[in-house]
Design a protein around this ligand. Structure first.
Ligand SMILES: [Zn+2]
Ligand SMILES: [Zn+2]
Length: 144
């Protein structure tokens, strides 16, 4: 369980996550697609206490994409970084694309596949859910 590090495209913002991530999901919801400009957002949740900014904490911008969720990104290069949740203030969500090196986990499922881009075809065998998996913990239920 080594530390995980990551950074934005312009490298102004750098961060570290101590310990391991929660379950990893590919989120196909329209908000994640727009935020990332991609077919889906690969993301994981973890405890806020695991997280620290190493640099660039003063170079963040944020956008509240719903009453519950605020998304933080680099003010210079626009890279998506973390999400915070009003209903779970002790939890953060992270975009996996910014991580350095390897991690132990792999994506477990596709979420919000009802909102999937019509031009994207899911070709793996991972479970597909129209929302969040029904019997998940509070961490997993947190919408990003
Ligand atoms: Zn940046
Ligand atoms: Zn999403």
């Amino acid at each position: 369980m080594g530390d995980i590090s990551g950074k934005c495209l312009c490298e102004a913002v750098q961060y570290r996550i101590c310990g391991s991530l929660g379950p990893i999901y590919n989120c196909h919801c329209s908000k994640c697609r727009r935020w990332h400009g991609a077919a889906f957002r690969t993301r994981a949740s973890f405890k806020r206490e695991q997280f620290s900014w190493l640099s660039g904490a003063d170079n963040l911008s944020s956008y509240a994409s719903s009453d519950n969720v605020t998304r933080y990104f680099c003010s210079t290069c626009g890279s998506p970084l973390i999400s915070t949740y009003k209903d779970h203030p002790d939890v953060l969500g992270i975009a996996l694309g910014g991580l350095e090196g390897d991690i132990s986990g792999r994506p477990q499922a596709h979420l919000f596949t009802d909102s999937k881009a019509s031009w994207h075809q899911i070709t793996d065998d991972l479970p597909q859910h129209s929302g969040w998996p029904g019997t998940e913990s509070a961490v997993r239920k947190t919408v990003d």
